[in-house]
Every structure is written in C-alpha cells, then in structure tokens.
Design a protein around this ligand. Structure first.
Ligand SMILES: Nc1nc2c(c(=O)[nH]1)N[C@H]1C(S)=C(S)[C@@H](COP(=O)(O)OP(=O)(O)OC[C@H]3O[C@@H](n4cnc5c(=O)[nH]c(N)nc54)[C@H](O)[C@@H]3O)O[C@H]1N2
Ligand SMILES: Nc1nc2c(c(=O)[nH]1)N[C@H]1C(S)=C(S)[C@@H](COP(=O)(O)OP(=O)(O)OC[C@H]3O[C@@H](n4cnc5c(=O)[nH]c(N)nc54)[C@H](O)[C@@H]3O)O[C@H]1N2
Ligand code: SF4
Ligand SMILES: [Mo]
Length: 710
C-alpha cells in the first residue's frame, strides 16, 4: 500500500501551519509540515508531528454514554439524543431558557460554532453561549475593539520578514508557537532585527532578546505608559501625523506626565536606564511588530495591557504598513473563527454584538425569527455560568471540546458547581477526561481529520480541513451531534442540514460587507489549496494580507483611539501570609489540558509531571532542596509538586505549568488551577491566571490539605 497525502491544517495552536497528512489503509501514519505553505513552508512542531497515535488511542470515545446508578453506561445514539433533547426541553419549560448554558473550546470548526450559536441564541433564546476563547483571546478581541473599532487583527506573518524590531510581551513563543519563533529567529538573523522581550521570567524566548525587561508580574501597563512617556518626551512622536489617524493624543500626553521613568522603574522593578534604552530602540525602529499573549490576557488589567501596547504602535506610526503593527497570535486552532462567528455570550455572528439593536435585527432577519427571540443583553460568561449552578439559575450545561475541570480557575469550586447541574452533557473525543468523568451524558465526537469544515488562522487565513479517515466506533462530527439534538428539541426546520458545506454557505452570508467577509470563498476554492486571507469578498478576490492600509479605522471619526489607562495591581497581592506571586503557563511537550499530548507516549515521556519553578535564593532561605516536594497553597487550595530551581525567575515569584489534571493517573493535587484565583478583567471577563498570592512549605512539614497530597 502507498501512503496517500492530503492537505490539512494544524489543530493545536492558532498559527495555522499547513500540514500534509499521510494515510495508509484508513489510518493516519505520518504528519508533515506542508512545503510552500505561506505560514510554515514545511516546518512543523512536535505537537502535530507526534499526533498519529491519538486517532487510534484506546481511550477514544466510541459510543454515547448515559449515567445510570452513578455509572456511565453505553447507549444508542437515538437514546442519547432523545435524552439530551428532552432533558434540555424539560429544564427550559420549567426554569426558562436562561437555565441552559453551553461551553465550548476553540478548536472546533467554524461551522460547528455557528450551529451551536444558532441553537442557543436563535432557537432556545439564551445568550449563555461561551467558549474557551473567554479564557484565551477575549482581551485581545476587546483590546482591538476599543483601540481600532473592530476585532480585526491588522497584520500578517509576512510582516515578520519586513520588520526591524520585534516587541514580544508576555509571550513565550519559543514554547507556545515554535514555528513562528523559528521564523522570527531567521528574520532577526537575516535583517539584523532587534528583539525586546517583556516577561517576568527569563524564558526560552528571551534567549534572542537584545533587551529583556524582566518586569514584576502584572506591571505591564505601568511599563507601557512609561515607554510612551519617554517616546513623547524625547521627540520620537510626529504629533501632527498621529493626530490625523488617532484620537486622544492631547489627553494621553497630559495623562502620561504621571509616568516618568522613575515611577516606571519603581513599579516594574526594572532599571530606569534599561526602560529608556527600550523606549529609544522603539523610537528608532524602522518597522516594529508587536506580539503579546497570555502574560497580557491572563490579568485583571488585560484589556488595558492591550490598549497601552497598541498606544506604542500608534504613537510611533508602526501601523498599517509592511513590517509594522500588532500581530496577534491566537492560542487555539480556530480561535479567530470562534470570535468572528460570535461564539461568546456578548457576540452575534459576523462581528456583531448582542447589545446592538441593529445587529440583533440583521441577525434575526437572516435567521427568519422575530427579533424578540434574541435576548438584548449579553448572557453569562463562563465563571458566571458556574456561579449560576450554585444559585440554581443555571441547571443544564452542555460542554463540547473543552475540559473545564482542568482549565478553569479554582478547580474545587468549578467541579462542585458542575456537580450541581441537573443535566451535564460532555462531548469529547476521549474518556476519561477530568470533565467527562463528571458528565451525566457523554457524547463521542469525531476529531480533526475525521470531519470536514473550516478553520481561520491568526492572520485571518481561512482553510478547509477535510475528512480523510473515519472516526472510531460510532463517534460523529460535532456538527452532526448538534443538529441531531436541535431536531430532537423540535427545531427541525432551522436545523435541516445534511453536510457542513450547507452550514458554511449559510454562515458566510452573515459576513457580507463585514471585515470578515468570506462571501468569495467556497469549499471548492479551498479544497486541496491554500486559502485566502479575509476579507475575501468575491470569487476572484485574492484575499487581504493587511487591514487599514489607508489609515482609516472603523470608529465613528475614522481614527484609532489612543487610550489613557492607569496601572492597577493584580486583584490579589502578596502579604505576610501568602508572600509569593504564582504565575502559571505552558511547557513545550504538552497542549492545554493534555488530553491529546498526555496520550502520545513520546511527548508524555518528556514531561510526565509538573514542577514548581523557584528562585534558588528563595529555596535557600526556606531550606528547600532541588527536587523536594513542595506544597504551594493559596486562599483556595494547594498543589504538591517537586521544586526545580531557576535563576530566570524574580525572587519572590514562582511558576507552575497548568497541564497536569488527574485523569491520566498522575494523582490529584498537581493541578495549578486548584490554587488560582477566579477573578477577571472587568472589561473582557478573562480570568487572572497569571497572578495568585501563595505560600510555600516543604510537603514533609505541611499539614494535610483538602486537596489530598501525593
Ligand atoms: N506547547 C504548547 N503550546 C501552546 C499551548 C500549550 O498548552 N502548549 N497552548 C496554546 C494556547 S491555548 C495559548 S493561549 C498559547 C499561550 O502562549 P503563551 O502566552 O506564550 O504562554 P504562557 O506560558 O501561558 O504565558 C506566556 C508568558 O507570560 C509570562 N507572564 C506571566 N505574567 C506576566 C506579566 O504580568 N506580564 C508579562 N509581560 N508576562 C507575564 C509568563 O512568564 C510566560 O512566559 O499557547 C498555545 N500554544
Ligand atoms: N492556570 C491556567 N489555566 C489556564 C491557562 C493558563 O495559562 N493557566 N490557559 C487558559 C487558556 S489560554 C485556554 S485556551 C484554556 C484551554 O482549556 P481547555 O479548552 O479546557 O483545554 P483543551 O485541553 O484544549 O481542551 C480541549 C478538549 O476538547 C477535546 N477535543 C479535542 N478535539 C475535539 C473535537 O474535535 N471535538 C470534541 N467534542 N472534543 C475535542 C479534548 O480531548 C479536550 O478535552 O485553558 C485556560 N486555563
Ligand atoms: S506552531 Fe502551532 S500551528 Fe504550527 S505546527 Fe506547532 S502547534 Fe501547529
Ligand atoms: Mo489559549
């Protein structure tokens, strides 16, 4: 037998690397980077490269299951769908549509999010529709809306080769987007470009930094304001020109008087001279690209961090031209599709907002429903869905493609909340996961190359992923499960689909004339080929690599907004009882809650367990030996993990990766989210995963805790 090679797209991070999938006798045998793909030109990282075993893993879900007498038992699809449809209808009839909520991930197909959105917001009539985008890109999206007027990332990857300065803030891209990192390393080398890294840790990414600003966690707004202050003071800003394309300059100038270098240095802990050097490097750059990620978004000041970073680009004219502007990478493969399809509780399809009456009317007209069916206020965000389970306002939750029993903050509170649901439906590709273990109904989903539909990458490129193998057992594509449940609930007419292409053709009409316009895209155009960058408004349109090249922005006065944003401390600060600042983040061999990578022997063997990174000075002071088990405790819970020394940290801070839930047999009490704080940025409602106040004790001396040690 020969290997059949098929074009596809990566379903891990949102960079959108083109892949070639080798299939032999109905099995995925090899995954390679696609040569000549504009994103990765043949490159690939270890996650997809090592993924073939996940398609045939013994834990793949093959049958629907319903919990009876406390145990999950296999049932037929008919029974499962009827059970879910009747259960949702019963709760809606007795407690209202607001008693139902949905929570998804952001690696589904856009078609799947579109369907779920239609079911929740049009058919059921609730905006309680959330996705892990809330935990990931909500702040970037709202940052763009407030600065540019729309959630429209303006740049493209080809800007990397045009830039002479990369400003990389709160983004460990060597780990989280390795293919992009290698592209930046190559461009730096070739063009003698400079790199500024802003991170409280000396990360793998900081290895290429010309300047590393090792700020105290959470102090980015103060740093950005100080950089802007220096740029203005030292004459790096062409004020007349800026006034032309951005509003708010005079207010900002006045406001920034409060941020001289001395204050910036005091708040961030960086040397004044180093901040001045960084500002001058920015001021002198020919073309600056900015990157930021969860060091920004996982903060109670996340949107302000985004706004003040964009200020730096706007002040220096680093926008709307090759090599310059904000390059927003997305965490999950289809985060961009998820945002544009409107799969959050405040959004509607096609970059529209629930709270906007005109948008509601447009969407109701598309769906042929009375406008009153669409609720005029945003639904619950995910942490409020959990709160609603405690108060009894939410009674049914349908979870698809996300594993909240690992990924939400304050795990104990989350799990106890989910356990209160009268109906908890969990739709995944594996069992057990920490969340399928809690489900009343567990539905088996097809994965990645087992179904067909579209993804949109961080540079707005739309690509078709096609089914090249069959799903295991009775597993079905998520879109099919959604339309079956919708029909069982009585919405046959609205969900009379037979194929994902029909869903795409319907959904793309919502994008007509919008920045995400994909009316020039068809499955035929995408099949086997590299997709265009959106907007792509007609069949002959080549796609749009860069937005706002005329320096006009979708705001009322056509100008972008320079925003005056004051620094505030993280929601929880350290004190005598909880003296360490805990940051959480990623490791290179695992992806998110590890349901896939933890099942790939090669990846898991490289990082089978988590650890606590601690500065050797702190360890010495506390009498801790390298490798010793530590108990890390916050006001919410404890984890117990071995110590690993790192002088790349600031004294008084520690770092724990959050990948390690208990479902794969490593035991309870290793999961970082047992400790983290369920507070969020008030604008984006995104949790502050990157700062919790904790104390540390050698586990041998710590009292037993409720999370159970070892
Ligand atoms: N290998 C791997 N790759 C992944 C993932 C994975 O799990 N594993 N997940 C994907 C997803 S969903 C996402 S969202 C991305 C996330 O990718 P990244 O955001 O790059 O990853 P993190 O490790 O969460 O956080 C980035 C950095 O933020 C820093 N940081 C913490 N606090 C602050 C602060 O206050 N200010 C600043 N400036 N920095 C701070 C941390 O030290 C850390 O180095 O990765 C994607 N890619
Ligand atoms: N402490 C801390 N917590 C964090 C973060 C952090 O940095 N620190 N990062 C946050 C971020 S940025 C993110 S994005 C979230 C991610 O959190 P999650 O969304 O919970 O993480 P994943 O592991 O990606 O979950 C995907 C789930 O979908 C399943 N799955 C995969 N493919 C399919 C499919 O095609 N269909 C179905 N039905 N299921 C599928 C997988 O088995 C897995 O259970 O976590 C957040 N949590
Ligand atoms: S960098 Fe991201 S998109 Fe590219 S191969 Fe790795 S995980 Fe996939
Ligand atoms: Mo993410």
């Amino acid at each position: 037998m020969t290997i059949q090679w098929n074009k596809s797209t990566c379903s891990y991070c949102g960079l959108g690397c083109g892949l070639m999938i080798g299939v032999e006798q109905g099995k995925v045998v090899e995954i390679r980077g696609m040569k000549d793909h504009p994103t990765n030109n043949g490159a690939i990282c270890s996650l997809p490269l090592n993924s073939p075993p996940i398609f045939t893993h013994k834990d793949r879900l093959k049958r629907p299951m319903i919990r009876r007498d406390g145990k999950l038992a296999p049932v037929s699809w008919d029974e499962a769908i009827t059970h879910v449809g009747n259960g949702l209808n019963w709760i809606i009839k007795n407690h209202g549509s607001g008693a139902v909520a949905f929570f998804g991930g952001a690696i589904n197909l856009t078609e799947e999010y579109y369907l779920m959105n239609k079911l929740m917001k049009a058919a059921i009539g609730t905006n309680n529709m959330e996705c892990s985008t809330r935990l990931c890109m909500a702040s970037s999206a709202i940052g763009f809306v407030s600065t540019l007027g729309a959630d429209a990332p303006p740049t493209c990857y080809d800007d990397i080769e045009e830039a002479d300065l990369f400003l990389i803030a709160g983004n460990n891209m060597a780990v989280s987007v390795p293919v992009l990192y290698r592209r930046i390393c190559a461009a730096k080398e070739k063009n003698a470009a400079k790199v500024i890294v802003i991170d409280p840790r000396r990360t793998e990414t900081a290895a290429i930094a010309d300047i590393h600003l090792q700020i105290r966690p959470g102090t980015d707004v103060a740093l950005n304001n100080t950089l802007a202050h220096i740029l203005l003071e030292e004459g790096f800003v062409d004020e007349d020109r800026v006034d032309h394309y951005a509003s708010g300059l005079s207010d900002l100038k006045e406001f920034l008087k409060e941020y001289p270098p001395s204050r910036g240095a005091e708040i961030t802990g960086c040397l004044e001279d180093k901040i001045i050097e960084a500002a001058r490097t920015i001021g002198k750059a020919g073309a600056m690209l900015t990157f930021w990620f969860q060091g920004y978004n996982h903060s109670s000041q996340a949107v302000f961090k985004n706004n003040t970073l964009h200020n730096l680009s706007l002040l220096t004219g680093n926008f709307c031209r090759p090599g310059a502007g904000p390059l927003s990478i997305t965490g999950e493969a289809n985060a961009m599709g998820n945002r544009w399809v409107g799969a959050l509780s405040h959004l509607l399809p096609g970059m529209r907002f629930v709270a906007n009456p005109q948008h509601r009317q447009e969407v109701a007209d598309f769906w042929h429903i009375p406008v009153e069916m669409i609720q005029p206020t945003p639904g619950r965000t995910i942490l409020d869905i959990i709160r609603g389970l405690y108060t009894g306002d939410v009674r049914a939750v349908w979870i698809m493609t996300t594993n909240p029993a690992v990924s939400l903050p304050h795990t104990l509170w989350v799990k106890q909340g989910l356990a209160k649901a009268e109906l908890l439906v969990v739709q995944d590709i594996f069992h057990p996961t920490e969340t399928t273990l809690l489900g009343d109904v567990v539905l088996p989903a097809a994965h990645w190359f087992e179904k067909t539909g579209t993804f949109i990458s961080a540079e707005r490129r739309i690509e078709l992923v096609e089914a090249v193998i069959d799903p295991p057992g009775d597993a079905k594509p998520d879109y099919e499960i959604i339309w079956l449940v919708a029909r069982a609930m009585g919405f046959e007419k609205m969900f009379a689909y037979c194929a994902p292409e029909e869903i795409f053709e319907e959904w793309k009409q919502f994008t007509l004339g919008r920045i995400c316009d994909m009316t020039g895209v068809t499955y035929e155009r995408l099949r086997g080929k590299i997709g265009p960058q959106l907007p792509c408004p007609d069949v002959d349109h080549p796609g749009t690599p860069r937005l706002f090249t005329d320096w006009r922005f979708p705001r009322p006065d056509g100008r972008a907004a320079l925003l005056s944003r004051d620094y505030i401390e993280p929601a929880e600060v350290t004190d005598d009882e909880y003296p360490f600042g805990l940051m959480t983040g990623r490791l290179s061999g695992h992806f998110n809650t590890r349901t896939r990578t933890g099942r790939v022997p090669k990846l898991n063997a490289a990082a089978p367990n988590g650890y606590v990174e601690i500065h050797p000075e702190d360890a010495q002071r506390l009498g801790i030996a390298e490798g010793e088990e530590l108990e890390v405790t916050s006001r919410r819970g404890s984890v117990c993990l071995p110590a690993r020394f790192s002088d790349g940290l600031l004294v008084g801070t520690i770092f724990i990766s959050w990948h390690y839930g208990p479902a794969l047999g490593i035991g309870e009490g290793k999961l970082a989210n047992l400790v983290t704080n369920p507070v969020y940025d008030s604008h984006s409602k995104q949790p502050e995963y990157k700062f919790s106040a904790v104390k540390i004790l050698p586990a041998s001396t710590a009292p037993e805790t409720q999370t159970g040690r070892r």
